[in-house]
Design a protein. Structure first.
Length: 297
């Protein structure tokens, strides 16, 4: 069997290996998610710069009582309430209350819950047992009853509502932080840090906390949505922000007696709450799918 020059050339060069090129996976961004980000951004900007907008004062009448939505005036764009006050103005200023309550109470619950949850999940033993029993006891107590008890004992105000809503959110953040801490504490890099002599504080702050933050951060918008609904429920029951300060739940409560003849007094604030809560839930789901390492692994 003779070997030709072409065969010898192929043997010298060796087989050519072609590495397959895999194009990067393109992430599809939902139009709904984009719209939710834009809506929440618009609500935040309106709440921050409400004083600079060409809107009437939320406590001053701008027309007749219970006027329906009409063109010609920005203050009458969404109609008026039973006292002739602009519903648009009260919705914009009411966003301040809802966002303030949701964000501040959520941050307080996030801070306390994360601290307790990481402590319980990392140390375990009696510390975990005591904190878990405390969490179960708080979860067993109906949140609405707790909020009603606080607002009935203390004077209804923004501070009272913030304290009550912060207490309600602590168990949820604590359980989530505890579960993630227990999962990350068993990883190799944490055991390696322990073997190298790192202290508990350094391991919790440097090794575990950065991995727990994405999950908690993705859950945070959903908690804010829950707190907005809770504040609206208290205001609807007359135990929320005292008048004349507007709130979305209080606006629904004011308009419920005239819902048959003036449905816009209820539909406008109810739609605002619905869109805000829906957008926050969509943002929370998007952030969880984007940053939660447990889902990516």
């Amino acid at each position: 069997m003779t070997i030709t020059s072409a065969d010898k050339k192929l043997q010298d060069e060796g087989p050519s290996v072609q590495v397959p090129v895999v194009p990067p996976r393109k992430r599809r961004r939902s139009i709904i998610v984009r719209g939710c980000y834009l809506f929440i951004g618009a609500v935040i900007l309106l709440a921050i710069f409400a004083n600079l907008l060409p809107l009437a004062n939320y406590a001053v009448p701008v027309g007749g009582a219970r006027l329906g939505p009409q063109w010609g005036s920005i203050d009458l764009l969404l109609g008026t309430d039973s006292f002739g006050r602009s519903i648009l103005s009260r919705c914009v200023y009411g966003a301040r209350v809802s966002l303030l309550v949701g964000v501040v109470a959520g941050v307080a619950g996030l801070t306390v819950g994360t601290l307790l949850g990481m402590t319980a999940g990392y140390f375990g033993g009696r510390v975990d047992w005591v904190l878990s029993v405390l969490t179960d006891a708080m979860l067993a107590f109906p949140p609405l009853i707790l909020l009603l008890a606080l607002t009935s004992i203390l004077t209804p105000s923004v501070t009272t509502i913030l304290i009550g809503l912060a207490l309600v959110t602590v168990p949820a953040f604590m359980r989530l932080a505890r579960a993630n801490t227990m999962a990350w504490s068993s990883r190799e890099f944490v055991r390696a840090a322990k073997n190298l002599g790192a202290g508990h504080r350094r391991i919790l702050v440097k090794e575990i906390f950065p991995n727990v933050v994405p999950t908690l951060g993705a859950f945070f918008p959903i908690v804010i949505a829950m707190l907005i609904v809770a504040e609206g429920s208290l205001s609807f029951l007359g135990l929320g922000i005292p008048p004349p300060q507007p709130s979305w739940g209080g606006m629904i409560s004011d308009g419920k007696s005239a819902i048959a003849t003036s449905p816009h007094m209820v539909l406008v604030p109810a739609t605002t709450i619905f869109l805000t809560v829906f957008a926050l839930n969509q943002i929370g789901d998007h952030l969880r799918a984007r940053f939660d390492r447990a889902l990516q692994d």
